[in-house]
Write a protein that binds this ligand. Structure first.
Ligand code: PEP
Ligand code: MG
Length: 372
């Protein structure tokens, strides 16, 4: 009813005046970005770029990762550049004036490479017909076999891929920089931030950061629009949390990736929470809730607090947020408030709840009976 809607609007308005946590959304299309804005998101805390490399662009991605020659790889990257520029331009337009944290490509490799069983079947079928299998298939299978990983979530992902595939980081950064220049020339106020995934060591971040500065310098010179973007990192590996003081020297912001941080801290695969054993194990009651749903304060939470303290010891103005699923979980929002984060970022539909809980957390702060 209208009065219920009014009551919710009043509660949200009240929460917005008292909360200390900023609330952003995770979105990677202009449509999701616009929806997030309608729900009151104050920016995009995580724009994943993985989906931008699937569908029709998959072939180019295969070329880019598996390319037999530098020429083939560079052609694939050159074809991806204008597509990525469009991707980013649309999102920056939808979020004009608000921060948009764009994360560099972070694929688990198996989702991007051709299936080797399918390839093997195709080759075998050709041979069974007495035909020569396509040379391309044979080469592809051999390349995919060489890259095969038993644990793709622990493999060539995130910054590792960016450092292994020459030109990949530069292509994405150039696309971001050119989109910013284009939007700026059109009279907009684009605020792109560049986020590096799966960093475990400050040196990884330093290399990418230098590349970002180099490429944005080129974009600025070529476009005549001075473009600079803050560079930050996901904190989603225990080693990143444990070395947060060093990492902060190269990062303007941290964003906790609590999905991966939970996975790597507990040693539970985030892809297996639907497996029979996981719920059976939870049912044992050894620990009461899934750490993938409600932030585990004793373990993962301790790493979060440690990284906040050490990061800010190095850089007092370090901006810190969270963009894992926990960013929209009510109980976890209270934890992030208490841990001193600057923002939470969650799916657009959870933004109103996060706003309310952030407001409640601020109001309850002085209540000593609140053991959180
Ligand atoms: C995370 O790991 O928490 C995260 C936000 O990144 P992704 O879910 O894309 O791995
Ligand atoms: Mg992650």
């Amino acid at each position: 009813s209208a009065s219920a809607v009014d009551a919710v609007a009043r509660a949200l308005a009240r929460a917005d005046t008292v909360r200390r946590l900023e609330v952003r959304a995770n979105a990677d299309t202009p449509e999701d970005a616009a929806r997030a804005r309608r729900f009151g998101a104050q920016g995009i805390g995580l724009c994943r770029t993985e989906h931008m490399f699937l569908g029709e662009r998959r072939k180019l991605v295969e070329e880019m990762i598996l390319a037999g020659t530098a020429g083939a790889r560079d052609r694939a990257l050159a074809a991806l550049l204008p597509l990525q520029r469009e991707d980013f331009s649309g999102i920056l337009e939808a979020m004009d004036g608000l921060p948009v944290t764009i994360r560099l490509l972070d694929p688990p490799l198996h989702e991007f490479l051709p299936d080797r069983t399918e390839l093997a079947v195709r080759i075998a079928a050709a041979e069974a017909r007495g035909d020569l299998p396509a040379a391309h298939d044979v080469e592809l299978l051999s390349a995919v076999n060489r890259m095969h990983e038993e644990n793709p979530m622990l493999g060539l992902r995130g910054v590792r891929l960016g450092l292994v595939v020459p030109g990949l980081v530069a292509m994405q950064v150039r696309a971001i920089g050119e989109a910013v220049a284009e939007r700026t020339r059109a009279g907009g106020s684009p605020r792109a931030e560049i986020m590096v995934p799966l960093v475990g060591d400050v040196r990884e971040l330093r290399i990418v950061r230098e590349e970002v500065e180099r490429v944005l310098g080129e974009v600025s010179a070529a476009s005549g629009v001075p473009v600079s973007c803050p560079v930050g990192t996901m904190i989603e590996l225990p080693r990143a949390a444990l070395t947060a003081d060093r990492i902060a020297a190269e990062a303007e912001f941290f964003s906790f990736g609590t999905n991966d941080l939970t996975q790597t801290t507990w040693g539970f695969s985030r892809d297996d929470v639907e497996a029979e054993f996981f719920s059976a194990y939870l049912d044992k009651g050894v620990f009461p809730v899934s750490p993938f749903e409600t932030l585990d304060r004793d373990g993962v939470g301790r790493l979060v607090r440690m990284a906040v303290a050490e990061g800010r010891a190095t850089r007092p103005d370090l901006k810190i947020g969270v963009c894992g699923e926990h960013g929209g979980d009510p109980d976890s929002v209270h934890f992030f408030h208490a841990a001193g984060l600057d923002y939470v970022s969650c799916s657009p539909f959870r933004v109103p709840v996060a706003r309310l809980e952030a407001g409640r957390a601020a109001l309850e702060e002085t209540d000593v009976s609140d053991s959180r």
